[in-house]
Every structure is written in structure tokens, then in C-alpha cells.
Write a protein that binds this ligand. Structure first.
Ligand SMILES: [Zn+2]
Length: 140
């Protein structure tokens, strides 16, 4: 199911969730995380969230994760459908951008409030649209 000109729903949910719920899987993700993905796609070109739909060696848990998913933190924002892990050929470029104030402002405008410490995520970047009380991006 296409949810935007750039993205299919399958990119935001694991294969087993999509098999079980089909297009109704959309209930597990948030508008904010779609808008953030669109912003990143328009800025950096192709970005990968989940690619199980097309690839053998694939990403399956980079968007929504079910509550019983063993991947990642127990109370991860992924389990509320507000976080995405982005992979890209331009990852170094994106990592540089997220350290700049002007790009952080653009991220806030596009719904992102949290980024996991980019030194702890060597081959991806974790962005979260969970709400915060800060007017700055929170790195944790
Ligand atoms: Zn993540």
C-alpha cells in the first residue's frame, strides 16, 4: 500500500505485522514519522527504513516494532510507531547535518524531537517523533 508518493506502508512495519494486518497496519505508525521520512527523503534522496519487500538481506524492524519484539530497548519509541532507523548511502552527510543547529531546527519543524547518540548507531540514525518538553532536539 502506497502511503505517500515516496513510501509504501511496508517500509514502516515488519513483514509479520503486514502479513497479519495488511493495509490496516497503518494504525501502528504515526503521521509524524511519515512526515519526517518524507522530509529526509526530499533532503537526502533515497533513504532506507525497512526493505523486506524487495531485499533478501533486509531490514525488518526499522519502523514500528510490536510490543513483544526483542530487538532494541524494552520501551523503545519504535513500539509506539513514532521512531525510524534510517540507512542511506549519504549517512555520513546526514550525520554531519544533524549536528548543525540549522538542520536541527528543520528537523523540529518536521516533527523530530529525539535522535539517538549518532556515535552509538554506526550504520543508521535513529530519529524519534515522540513528544518532548524541549524546544531543541534531545540527543540521548
Ligand atoms: Zn531506532
Amino acid at each position: 500500500m502506497r502511503i505517500h508518493k515516496y513510501f509504501r506502508l511496508e517500509e514502516f512495519v515488519p513483514q509479520e505485522i503486514f502479513k497479519k494486518y495488511g493495509d490496516n497496519s497503518i494504525r501502528f505508525i504515526s503521521n509524524e514519522v511519515i512526515e519526517l521520512a518524507v522530509f529526509l527523503r526530499e533532503r537526502f534522496g533515497q533513504i532506507i527504513i525497512n526493505n523486506w519487500l524487495w531485499e533478501d538481506i533486509n531490514f525488518n524492524y526499522s519502523g514500528f516494532r510490536a510490543s513483544d519484539c526483542k530487538i532494541g530497548a524494552k520501551e523503545s519509541d519504535h513500539k509506539r510507531g513514532v521512531a525510524i532507523d534510517i540507512k542511506s548511502d549519504r549517512l555520513a552527510d546526514i550525520k554531519h547535518c544533524v549536528t548543525t543547529e540549522i538542520f536541527q531546527y528543520a528537523l523540529l519543524e518536521n516533527g523530530c524531537n529525539y535522535i539517538e547518540n549518532i556515535e552509538k548507531t554506526p550504520s543508521w540514525i535513529h530519529f524519534s517523533c515522540a513528544l518532548s518538553n524541549s524546544n531543541k532536539i534531545i540527543f540521548y
